[in-house]
Write a protein that binds this ligand. Sequence first.
Ligand code: IMP
Length: 435
Amino acid sequence: MANLIVVGTQWGDEGKGKVVDILSESFDAVVRFQGGNNAGHTVVVAEAKVVLHLVPSGILRMGKMCILGNGVVIDLPALTHEIEQLRKLQVRVEGSLYIGKSAHLVLPYHKILDVERERHATPRIGTTGRGIGPAYADKMARLGIRIGDLYDPVAFRERLAAALAEKKAQAGPGSLLHTLDPTALFREQMQHFEQVKAFLVDASEVINRLIAEGRRTLFEGAQGTLLDVDLGTYPYVTSSSATAGGACTGAGVGPTHIDGVVGVMKAYTTRVGEGPFPTELTDATGQLLRDRGQEYGATTGRPRRCGWLDAVALRYAVRVNGLRTLALTKLDVLDTLPGIRVCTGYQYRGERLTAFPNETGILAECAPVYEDLSGWEESTIGALKLEQLPKACRVYLDRLQALAGVDVSLISTGARRDQTILVDTSAFREWGLTR
Ligand code: IMP
């Protein structure tokens, strides 16, 4: 029995979708515990690309239970669209998808508020415009509407009308909020609710029952450590708990049921949206990483900011998530580079920092201190064993593990499922994940 949490160690887009897809083979259930359709996992199955925003990527494997926990926020039309897409691909949704009744809704007024706030706000966060921040703000302010509330249409209609009236009263005269009609909004939400009603459950109860039966559950984090509302580069963060601790509250399970945490990291760093990024490259190397890594947002299509691997941030992710091991993705993107840099510290006002500062103002002034490593200038695509990797690449891996203080258990060497190296580490052995 092993119940594991998988989290991103950077600013999201680490390739968690592929890692979860591979690991889910050994699990009975995959649970999302935070975030909403601001996330986007691109998964390649039999040469077909599938982008999932809300439904856990485990849905692509037959017989896996996929659960949206109470900590997730749900945009109903986006969810029904995703279900339709999956059905078109002949993916079985009935009997596989479970939706926590206590998950809050992202409503159209949240999206308008998100986009309009971004237009005028200082600082600008560079959100995905999916209404995530305003939906979580309503949840915390105890003004939110939960998906299970739609079981009672009369009460839902009243609450929706009251919430919309309040938002309109606070909005400026030019706001699109004034175009929203409460009756149309109610009907639209109910129509989508009817399509997903059959999937609603008490997610915490279902997950804890699975655990009690000795079945294996994988908790799939969205976004990444540095976007976590408490532990990330605030205010340039998302509005949920993207670190390992969020899995417990967002799924309704106690920490005593968690056997370990896997951190997913890319061989370099990317960030979408605003905020400090010490190792950012705005030169030709940055462009090369963007092109070779196809670093364009799965949700918004925005080009991602690219830079070297930041071991200071990585060590921070190891600490705040209690990571036991790492999964490394997109190693092949570095294949053509003659030299590779890894940031091992920061220079801040004449001082050398080796710990990641929680103060965004300090981080913004940090200059990276790099260690230079040789590139391998050879293809690593499709390598299946560590021994198949070029010598310089293995030196890079050893250095990375030494800097992180934990082992790498999985290396992705291409987009396909089979393009993966599983390493026989103590963590993977303990969890029964080595082949
Ligand atoms: P929000 O989650 O849409 O409110 O956006 C807040 C910040 O998180 C922005 O910088 C977004 O670009 C970033 N963000 C949100 N979701 C993701 C993701 O799945 N990958 C990468 N960045 C994300």
